[in-house]
Design a protein around this ligand. Structure first.
Ligand code: FES
Length: 108
């Protein structure tokens, strides 16, 4: 189902913004003319990704520094170099985005 989230004009460049859509919390990130939709919470320990730092097409969680691709959600940096127990993180969930006439829709 394609659902409207907001207008392109509601977003600042590289500043994630959280929205609740039909009970699903997503963060929308605009990088130039590209728009990404990700789970609003970090898959490591649940930090609000609205506070993440965007660099290119990557987002870095500000709590422990894990980085995820905005394009496919892949974990691209685990600063601890360990992946078991507390250090484990799955990839970041992403949603398909469509932009039509400055309106942003996501597939949920
Ligand atoms: S909660 Fe995001 S990196 Fe740990």
């Amino acid at each position: 189902m394609l659902v409207r989230v907001c207008s392109l004009l509601d977003l600042e460049d590289k500043k994630p913004r959280k929205f609740s859509i039909n009970g699903i919390e997503v963060a929308i990130v605009r990088v130039g003319d590209k728009v990404f939709a990700i789970d609003a919470y970090c898959p490591h320990k649940g930090r609000n990704m609205e506070y993440g730092d965007v660099d290119g097409y990557k987002i870095r969680c500000d709590l422990h520094g894990y980085e995820y691709s905005l394009e496919n959600g892949e974990l691209v940096l685990n600063p601890y170099g360990k992946s078991s127990g507390w250090y484990f993180s799955s990839n970041l969930r992403i949603y398909k985005v469509e932009v039509k006439n400055k309106d942003i829709f996501i597939q949920i």
